[in-house]
Design a protein. Sequence first.
Length: 132
Amino acid sequence: MVRLGIPVIGVTDVPRAVAFWTAALNLVASREWESETWRTLDHADGSGRALGLMRSTSPAEPRPRIHLDLYADTREEQQSEIDRLIGLGARTVAWDLYPPEPDFVVLADPDGNIFCVVDLSRAPSGGDGATS
């Protein structure tokens, strides 16, 4: 039986991506799965793998069909996390597909990979995790 593994992000600079995503999500770089083209990031509490980073030569998609949603519990926490992530190297994205009164903000990591920071207190689902 097959099971879902971890999300994998294509990046042009693996060490830079490791630095960004470990700081962004409080992850640790695993030594178990490490090469010049691949790095596995684990949960800092030891509960398992969280994210894969794979060197890629293709450019980041401006409107990816699959992306990461990062959750914040309140609008204040969302803004605080956005500020922190920008300080780590993320950038805001001019997103023309926002709905009226969006519960999410679109950012890009240092490689240009799109992700969202979602305020669960304003999510249409009422905070049950359904998002953008």
